[in-house]
Design a protein around this ligand. Structure first.
Ligand code: TMP
Length: 234
C-alpha cells in the first residue's frame, strides 16, 4: 500500500492518504507535547513503542469483539488503518484517582475508585479540550445518543480488558483516554492506546511508567516507555 499525500499532522502522529479512500497510513512520531502543546519535547523511541503497543492491543480487543480502526502494521512506526471520521470527544476512563480528577475534586492521587468513571472532553485544541457531558455533546451535534451509548459501552469494555491484561503484567491501569471514529456507519475505536494516553503504575511501588514522567519533569521518560513495552512482552 503506497503512501500518498499527507492529510494531517497532529502532535504525535501524521496521517497519509493511500490509493484506497477507505484506508490511511498513520506514522507515529517521537514528538511529545503536554498542556495543550505548551510543553514540547522528544521521547526517543516513543513512536515505535506506541505504534507496536497500540497495534497489539487493538488486535487483542478485536478478538474480544471490539471494532477498531486497525488494519495492518506496515513498519516500526507506520500502520494502515481505516479512514474514520473522528468523533470530536476525548473519552476518559478512570479506575484510580489521578491527574485532573484528583486535582479538581481534592482527592489524593492513588485512591482506588469504588467504580470506574467515564467522562468526555470536547476535542478542540483552541479551547484546551474542555470537560463536557453527554447533553452538551448532543446539543452541539458532536455525536448522536446512539453513538454516545455505543462509545460508553465500548469504553467500559476496553477498560475491563485492559485492566486485567495490565494486571497480569504487574501494572496498575490508573486511567486512559480513548478516541472513536465513524466508519461505514459504525463506531470503531481509533487513535492509540499507549503510555501517551494511559496512566500506568507499577502494581507494587506505584512507580509511574507513562507520559506523566514527561509532563511532570520526573526524568527516566524513555526508560519508562521501554519498561512498559517489555513488561507486556513486545
Ligand atoms: P487527566 O487526569 O489529565 O484528565 O488525564 C486523564 C487521562 O487522559 C490520562 O491517562 C492521560 C490522558 N490524556 C491524554 O491522552 N491526552 C490529553 O491531552 C490529556 C490531558 C490526558
Amino acid at each position: 500500500m503506497d503512501k500518498k499525500e499527507q492529510l494531517y499532522e497532529g502532535k504525535a502522529k501524521k496521517v497519509y492518504a493511500t490509493d484506497d479512500p477507505d484506508l490511511v497510513i498513520v506514522s507515529y512520531k517521537d514528538d511529545a507535547t503536554a498542556f495543550n502543546g505548551q510543553k514540547k519535547g522528544t521521547i526517543a523511541g516513543k513512536g515505535a513503542i506506541n505504534n507496536r503497543m497500540s497495534n497489539y492491543l487493538f488486535q487483542r480487543l478485536e478478538e474480544k469483539g471490539i471494532s477498531t480502526h486497525f488494519v495492518k502494521e506496515l513498519s516500526e512506526r507506520e500502520t494502515l488503518v481505516k479512514h474514520v471520521q473522528i468523533v470530536p470527544l476525548e473519552v476518559i476512563v478512570r479506575n484510580v484517582a489521578a491527574g485532573s480528577f484528583a486535582k479538581r475534586l481534592g482527592v489524593e492521587e492513588g485512591r482506588q475508585l469504588l467504580c470506574p468513571t467515564l467522562e468526555f472532553s470536547y476535542k478542540n485544541d483552541d479551547l484546551g479540550d474542555p470537560f463536557i457531558n453527554d447533553y452538551y455533546a448532543l446539543a452541539l451535534g458532536l455525536a448522536t445518543r446512539e453513538e454516545i451509548d455505543q462509545i460508553t459501552k465500548m469504553a467500559f469494555a476496553v477498560n475491563d480488558f485492559l485492566k486485567e491484561f495490565f494486571q497480569k503484567a504487574g501494572v496498575l491501569l490508573v486511567d486512559f483516554k480513548l478516541e472513536f471514529g465513524r466508519f461505514q456507519g459504525q463506531i470503531v475505536l481509533a487513535d492509540e492506546i499507549s503510555p501517551d494516553t494511559c496512566r500506568f503504575w507499577d502494581i507494587n511501588t506505584h512507580e509511574k511508567l507513562d507520559k506523566d514522567r514527561f509532563r511532570r519533569d520526573m526524568g527516566g521518560v524513555e526508560e519508562a516507555y521501554q519498561e512498559i513495552f517489555s513488561r507486556i512482552g513486545l
